[in-house]
Write a protein that binds this ligand. Sequence first.
Ligand SMILES: C[S@@+](CC[C@H](N)C(=O)[O-])C[C@H]1O[C@@H](n2cnc3c(N)ncnc32)[C@H](O)[C@@H]1O
Length: 356
Amino acid sequence: MASPQQTVSSPERAAAPSAEQEVPIEIQSHETPLEADIVAGDDDGDSAIDSQSLLSTESLTSSILEYRQLHGRTYANAKTGDYWGPNDERQSEGLDLIHSALTVLLDGKLFVAPINKDDPGRVLDIGTGTGIWAMDFASDFPSADVTGTDLSPMQPTWVPPNLRFEVDDCLLDWMYPENHFDFIHVRAMYGSIPDWTDLDRKILYHLKPGGYLEHLEIGCQGMSDHKELPKDHIFYTWANTFYAAGEKMGRPFTICLDGESRKHMEEAGFANIQETRLKLPVGGWPKDPTLKQAGIYFQAALERDMEGFSMFVCTELLGWSKEEVHVLVAKMRQAIRDRASCPYIVVNIVVGQKPL
Ligand SMILES: C[S@@+](CC[C@H](N)C(=O)[O-])C[C@H]1O[C@@H](n2cnc3c(N)ncnc32)[C@H](O)[C@@H]1O
């Protein structure tokens, strides 16, 4: 899927960091309420969105393709522990829609790190999923040498010549040399990593001095600046369910919370760390056209596969029945269609540099 390349700037974006900070990225305060494009009583908007590797031959062993099955969905087989998300077509569609939402949210940009755009060098996308970010990056920067790795071979076979996909578990030792990559990108790996500082240390070791890590995470908690949500609102239930499951498996879903990812990068030894928190609307309620478009994509992603995001987490980790998951998803679907509450979640982006 091609990512939409919108360049409409958002009035919500605030000033860049001060001159002594070396990472010039734009920061939008997530404290600022987003302006809505709705009228009173409008609570059913967007319900119309009822949405619908290249592998090295050595790594394509039969065990990789022997997926786990759960309630009609398939999941990766990982040595280091079960990954909670399916790796099938429906989940892939959801992930690609989230990619579109995030790309629009970033005004058409694929990253905020101040990498050398004339010569990006060696780039690694860990947990690449469908590989859509890596595909777009490799197309935009034909001189870059891009690698995308994932537990599952769920990437396309036909890819730009400067991109390869590898089946690899980032929790195992990496085969790459020290000081190898110029830019490492990590996105939406919540609930996948037992020790983020440990992963960040590994990333630091394999980055060249001066190279960048960019880590983007998506919040689990739906929010509203326009309606007070009671503590028993389904948005709280959803987030608390994921937090509890993350605790149970020892792989937190709280990595998007304010300062979390930054803390791990600091502990690992990164320099010039910058954190950006953005509101990603759910639905087309914002007045700002960029945010409206991002929200439409994000709602479509959730509508497409909230079941996939929650089935393993609820049934295997928390002992729910399949029917209970369907009720949770139905309530979430109703809540994200409540246009009057102008729902959004927070996206957290942290960039750090390997000291020179
Ligand atoms: C929520 S998806 C995000 C995919 C992609 N980064 C994106 O933003 O579109 C998380 C991905 O991380 C992968 N993953 C989870 N644990 C992993 C691990 N230990 N090593 C490599 N990939 C992993 C999963 O297979 C899944 O494709």
